[in-house]
Design a protein around this ligand. Sequence first.
Ligand code: GLN
Ligand code: ZN
Length: 757
Amino acid sequence: MTRSANLGFPRIGAHRELKKATEAYWRGDADLASLEAAGTELRATHWKLQKSAGIETIPSGDFSFYDQVLDMTAMLGAVPPRFGHDGGTVDLDTYFAMARGADDAPAMEMTKWFDTNYHYIVPEFHGGQRFSVSSTKAVDEFKEAKALGIHTRPVLIGPVTYLSLGKVKGAALDPLSLLGRLLPSYLELLSRLKEAGADWVQIDEPILVLDLSDGQRDALRTAYDALADARIRIMLATYFGGLRDNTGLAVRLPVAGLHIDLIRGPDQLGAVLQELGREQILSLGIVDGRNVWRADLAACLTTVESAVAALDAERVQVAPSCSLLHTPVDLDNETRLDEELKSWMAFAKQKLGEVAILAQTARGDGDAFASTFAASENAKDTRKSSPRIHDPDVKARADGVTEADHSRQSPFPARHEFQRAHIDLPPFPTTTIGSFPQTGEVRKTRAAFKRGDLGEAEYDAFLQIETEKTIRLQEKLGLDVLVHGEFERNDMVEYFGEQLRGFAFTQNGWVQSYGSRYVKPPVIFGDVSRPQPMTVKWSAYAQSLTDHPVKGMLTGPVTMLQWSFVRDDQPRSETCKQIALAIRDEVLDLEQSGIRIIQIDEPAFREGLPLRRADWEEYLRWAVDSFRLAASPVADATQIHTHMCYSEFNDIMPSIAALDADVISIETSRSDMELLDAFVDFEYPNEIGPGVWDIHSPRVPSTQEMQALLAKATKVIPPKQLWVNPDCGLKTRGWKEVEPSLSHMVEAARSMRGAPM
Ligand code: GLN
Ligand code: ZN
């Protein structure tokens, strides 16, 4: 019989219970027992919720106090030596120390999980690395569920994905070379699970959707040949893309089942059906685990039925495309979204209902669900025609965009002359990235305004005072290009989204970003347009206070797209273009109001890159076009800046240059200017501000340190092209670090000006 299955449920709790419990423990306000109890309760709630949603194959082990990759690290005993682990069971304090650092042991590195906004703790190995099963988490949670009457399918991250995501420190060693030492521990984990009564395990190998090296292909074959000895049935889960050229490899691994992502890779179904082994079970990832929209049940059912026709009902499972970790928990908790918007959406709990109904309908007991199918049909129809979604003016405007709309009037060298004449700046001009400290008072006042406890006039008066103080401070410090400080902004995407048509905001739509940090992404549901100016008031006010140029601050279209849930009824590129047009209007209004320098932040530009190389070019084309569309309507004399945070630029340098920003500021101080190399090798033609102050640390850098970084930069970039700025915005810093640090930065810049250019 066709079964319903889930790959993972969000662990954070519908009301962020996990955050509250872990943070209370970290603060010392709660003991270990109460933290453990909170975990037990969340797991029980989530298992029962999945059961009552009608899910037949329910995962266990998907719960985590911090991160599922770190859980594997603990289970495999791969604790880096600096955490002083003695080889026994890895306790929760050691676990948290790895994630967050301890007194003299810096935290392990963290990075993005594939193309999601979830961050995992990077496994860290050394040349003499040994593994041994050092936590019974997987077995314990299986038993815990069993005691509640729920027979689960435990989840592990597969050995090849696990090693591939890791790094060997201090030795030039491929992490995959550790596979032979690692596999016995996996075998032991599997046999312990089997002993506890598990008949299936889900092993996640999302690397199967990437471009694989020969080494990785070999490792996959070796690993699964070895794991077959455990004699437990393995559901090999792939997600975040199609298998493409790895299809043959995946279906020939000796596993009992294969899960594929039919949202990201809908066209892989035919090939997989054809190549799948005779006995293998296919899990169809057909309900989108990465977005918030209600599924088109009729279309899903057609797919399920085609698989059933090809394989037989027993060999088909219905599931979300990937773990539901990446979706908010429960739409029922949204009381402020209107009913129509809600009728278009589904969060984790609702998605499981969809999965269950699809499986039951495929088995022939669909009659009971006529109303759900009707609701799905209705959502599809109304989304096609709703005037809230479709704005003919926006579409006409987007369709009418021409090649010329993507270009400034003159090429950079000519613009540069105009800008010099128009904006009086010394060599090594100093500036900041935009935000100044968001103090408790700033946050409190904004919260009071949002609640309605503070009137608009009072709130504005408060913001005016903060802005003026910040302008005066920058003047006193001797900065050249000033900013207004962004005190009116909560978040760089939300602030704009709230003022744009086509965006909606949830109350509880949290998803885990890392550890106890959750984000609440905006939802882009319709055509995007800008009813009125969004930032002109504050930029113009700040400019009215000073003769120095004040830089206008905008968030770029790619970043807004990347950090939101986006509509699935048109290509991402189209949505991005619409946002770009809205920003373009803002850029023009800023210029009109007398702002001579405008910064369009694109910190998420690189993270939008598709997982497969073959898809990069297309993405880069529309991403660059969107930025240029937003940035290019201004006169040559108006200077456009952009800003990007910590990222590797080497492989996308031509696209960075193609943005054609007059000035780019990038985060470089943490890497000791290493990230600048890409700009050097490429001979980046425009101006550039390599960050000289690591704003992620409370440390106040000295003038000498910043001078040294600048000196390093001048060795490789012509001094005429250089700007002086911090790595990123200052909103997370305190005033007592900001003042001296900026003062040192200005001093460092001034000292550079003395040198011959
Ligand atoms: N202008 C933004 C700020 O200063 C940029 C933030 C970012 O790069 N993430 O806060
Ligand atoms: Zn930044």
